[in-house]
Design a protein around this ligand. Structure first.
Ligand SMILES: [Zn+2]
Ligand SMILES: [Zn+2]
Length: 99
């Protein structure tokens, strides 16, 4: 009869429902969502698994034909290591609707 209920405790989630008028603190986020190559929001973001840097699919592919390294940190990279970062694409899409 002693059933141990294991309460699933989810960490305190902070949902951004209503943003305060000053969006300054989102600036850092915005920077993360921009491509260091073209300085625009990431288009079809691709992740380099070695260093977790993200670039537009087209930007990084073009870059990697010239140099097989990450433009931001210089670690080894090649186009067959690229991973599509779909969830990040969705985050960016949502972000653009509020920013
Ligand atoms: Zn780009
Ligand atoms: Zn990198």
């Amino acid at each position: 009869m002693s059933a141990q209920d294991s309460n699933n405790q989810e960490g305190t989630r902070q949902e951004i429902e209503s943003l305060p008028p000053g969006l300054n603190y989102l600036k850092g986020l915005e920077e993360l969502m921009k491509c260091p190559i073209c300085f625009d929001y990431l288009q079809a973001p691709m992740l380099l698994p070695n260093c977790d840097h993200n670039y537009c699919s087209l930007c990084i592919r073009k870059y990697l034909t010239l140099k097989e390294q990450c433009p931001a940190c210089g670690c080894k990279a090649s186009s067959n290591l690229l991973r599509s970062n779909q969830i990040f694409a969705k985050v960016i899409k949502q972000f653009k609707t509020i920013a």
